[in-house]
Design a protein around this ligand. Sequence first.
Ligand code: ADP
Ligand code: MG
Length: 251
Amino acid sequence: MSQLVIQDLHVSIGDKPVVKSVSLTIKQGEVHAVMGPNGTGKSTLAKAIAGHPDYTITQGDVLLDGRSLLAMEPDERARAGLFLAFQYPSEIPGVSIANFIRAALQARLGESAELDATGYYKKLYEKMDLLKIDRKFTSRSVNDGFSGGEKKRCEILQLAMLDPKFALMDETDSGLDIDALRVVADGVNKLRTGQLGILLITHYQRLLNYIVPDFVHVMHEGHIVRSGDKSLALELEAKGYAWLKKELVHA
Ligand code: ADP
Ligand code: MG
């Protein structure tokens, strides 16, 4: 069984320590939610795992099926089976979604093999049908003038097409109204086939009403201060983060 192991991870931005001794194991098929107040290091954790150059790992390791990802370039990490959905995806005017995803798949194959165009479009349309995405969507430029919901839909489609072992999803709910949130959650739930492991980062409990996590971890000032099942998210929603901080002081 595939697993992503985050071991005693410390991440700094410049000389500022942001993520402090985070350890987590995500097995194939599991959804782990990471919650916590703004500025606590959730995005930093995801970006460091994906290999963003601005984030320095000062201690610890990240292993995908026993192989350390840390010495790998971001594209090698993707080939190893990792996918990062951004909190704020970039706009790429002039590049259609269909061509963008095709280029990503071709890049993963390397130069030795040519992606089969017929097979590609067949798979693309299958995934779009699965996710209930209109065919017209793929001829639009990547994220160019997209609403928050459309950007997230584009990311989910990439996720479905790239078919990674593990997906890091950062605040998939940010900027979404409740209907769009439901569409995205439905998409994620359809991709939850028991093969894909997901690290789902969210500030709000409401996303977890639609994507029910197997585990919930609470991050505070760079540390994971508590882990539990989905009831932990409900407890946080009811009591807020201030309660957690108070409890920590008394712990
Ligand atoms: P979260 O996702 O939990 O809201 P972040 O990981 O984005 O938190 O941020 C954690 C801390 O790191 C914050 O204090 C933030 O200001 C800082 N930070 C994040 N990204 C950068 C960056 N690129 N440059 C400088 N500081 C950053
Ligand atoms: Mg964030």
